[in-house]
Design a binder for this molecule. Sequence first.
Ligand SMILES: [Zn+2]
Length: 534
Amino acid sequence: MAKKEAKQSETTKILEKGIENIVEQIEKAPKQEVGKKKPVQPIIKVEEKDKIITEKSKNELGITADKDDFSDWFTQLMIKAELADYTEVSGCMVFRPNAYAIWEKVVQETDKRFKKLGVKNAYFPLFIPEKLFNIEKEHVEGFSPEVAWVTQAGDSPLAERLAVRPTSETIMYPSYSKWIRSWRDLPLKINQWNNVVRWEFKHPVPFFRTREFLWNELHTVLATQKEAIEEGAEIIDAYKEVCEDYMAIYGMYGQKTDSEKFAGAVFSRKLHYIMPNGKVAEGSCFHHDGQNFAKPYHIEFLNKEGNKEFGWQNTYAISTRMLGVMFAIHADDKGLVLPPKIAPNPIIIIPIIFEDSKARVIKKAKEIAEELKEFSPIVDEREDVKAGFKFNEYELKGIPLRIEIGPKDLEENSVIISRRDIQQKEKVKISDLKAKIARTLEEIQKNLFNKSKKLFESKIKHAQTLNELKIAIEDKKVAISPLCKNEKCEELLKFETKGAKTLFIDDKNPVKPNEKCIICNEKAEYNVYIGKTY
Ligand SMILES: [Zn+2]
């Protein structure tokens, strides 16, 4: 969730030429401004775009957008699968119950792992007084273009502006400074599950880019840098487990180059995910802040020898963006595909209803639901819609497994089960059903993860020259190339590739002694992953 990005100045020009023109230009805007450009003020236009998507989507059943136009396709999918919706607030979204239930599982699983590592939850104010916000210079510079300010209460202007938190370092650390006295108070590991606001002007995409989103922010203080770095590995493992084992998505973890790190951090490490269209989404992050915040915020402790020392700090986050990443990676032409372990209801039971056998079939469907209780199935006994319509609806919503039962199946004491991931049907004896379901859900979970890993691997390409790099990026791949440490080379790289940037350093694959930077031809420092991001 690094926000150094906000620094640069925007070149995108959106002129006011009437709604049609404006919408068209906003659609172009995200493509032009990959990289670091600064927002102009298309407030009206973003609102119009939101409305158009909502209107368009409401009226048609299937997904009408082309999958290559990711933001339109994805937005339609999110709205039709009833995961997200828009309101009158521009750039913000509703997390509908289907999505919120998934987020609750992510929170639950992550929180459980945090608690084992000694993390405690708390809640800090949403508002940050301007003087606190301005203490750490690099941090302020990174975030200020996107901060929303409260300037008035009722009719009275406030004596001091209040920032609506874009992240909470600046409100939490003054308290840390008060609470930490000696080495006995360390480590301090405080987390909050909350919302943050970053007033972006880019075209909103549900889950990926909205002005308000949900996340955790864990801020820790340790006595030594060594402990801080060790803690980083533990927390990232917790995130990774949730993303791999529950959301079934494969990502790669790596350190950002200095020009891409978090505003105020010593280094930033993140998990990275590659979407089917080759774009990269950044996932959970670990920022090691060293003593960069401890010094200006006076987070000091008396060590065992009785000397004053500054604490060593880390911050970590996982956000609702991960839901978007998961939806995009697993979705297919028919809609969403949810991994069973994250789906709020992994099984849908559909009784095939005919007038004369209705009562018996529905009764059996409910008995089966009762027997499969541990898998939280739902029974759809609506009579006003046909079974075929229901099949399509649950396929769109991504329910991992469907059980159909009709009068003939009843006679044979069997049901038809159908896997969402591979669209395969199978007849199963009711007496074998429970064991079969347990196995099948596991297989679906495994299959989705393996597919996601293959997708990732299929997108990676080694590029030893600038030309190879350009071809790889045009081909919607993620490249691995040698680079020097010069920030100018990273800027040039963005220009040459029309917006790709360095993702992370490939520390498993160090450069050979004679390898040259792909941009300036001087000695290369490291191999880096390069790609276009959200
Ligand atoms: Zn270079």
